[in-house]
Design a protein around this ligand. Structure first.
Ligand code: MN3
Length: 200
């Protein structure tokens, strides 16, 4: 069994004006494709062939001899979710149970959004910012490069890619503007709520 790149769940121009067609053409068709290709190459001979993607990510995390495999497999996993964490006309109302939980754990939805955006803005260099679930409590965190909370057994409910390839064509260096638009106009809250339901 080899890793594969699924098609985007919407057209390349469906997220405009918040994320342009050229960004998605390169981000999905070139960057994500490269993570898939490299994962398939680098898993050979490791003994992890045939494992699920999550198993490969967790087994390669923190192992110096498997750094290349980890980086690519973790980014493949991150991007599988990333495309689903967005939708056309996203960022609207949040399903009730999840909205109540965000309010309970952060004080308000606006406070969650502010913390999430701040995490993305302050991630120095490439990486991701996250909404995670730890011991029944929601939290905001950030990770460098391809790392994700899933690598060490955590639960990621929402993650935003703050690598420059995700925003430079549309926002140039203005990462805060990208994050604000992402949170307010692109997030697919139904998918976040689905993952929240699975996290129990
Ligand atoms: Mn990316």
């Amino acid at each position: 069994m080899s890793f594969e790149l699924p098609p985007l769940p919407y057209a390349q121009d469906a997220l405009q004006p918040f994320m342009g067609a050229e960004t998605l053409e390169y981000h999905h068709g070139k960057h994500h494709q490269a993570y898939v290709t490299q994962s398939n190459n680098l898993v050979q001979g490791t003994g992890l062939e045939g494992k699920t993607l999550e198993e490969v990510v967790q087994a390669s995390y923190g192992k110096p001899e498997l750094t290349g495999l980890f980086n690519n497999a973790s980014q493949h996993l991150n991007h599988l979710h990333f495309w689903k964490w967005m939708k056309p006309n996203g960022g609207g109302s949040i399903p009730g149970e999840l909205e109540a939980k965000l309010t309970e754990d952060f004080g308000s939805v606006d406070e969650f959004k502010a913390q999430f955006i701040q995490a993305g803005v302050t991630q120095f260099g490439s990486g991701w910012c996250w909404l995670t679930m730890n011991n029944g409590k929601l939290a905001v965190t950030k990770t460098p490069n391809g790392e994700s909370p899933i690598a060490y057994g955590g639960v990621a409910l929402l993650g935003c890619d703050v690598w420059e390839h995700s925003y430079y064509l549309d926002y140039r260096n203005a990462r805060p503007k990208y994050l604000e638009a992402w949170v307010n106009s692109l997030v697919n809250w139904e998918y976040v709520a689905e993952l929240y339901g699975q996290a129990g």
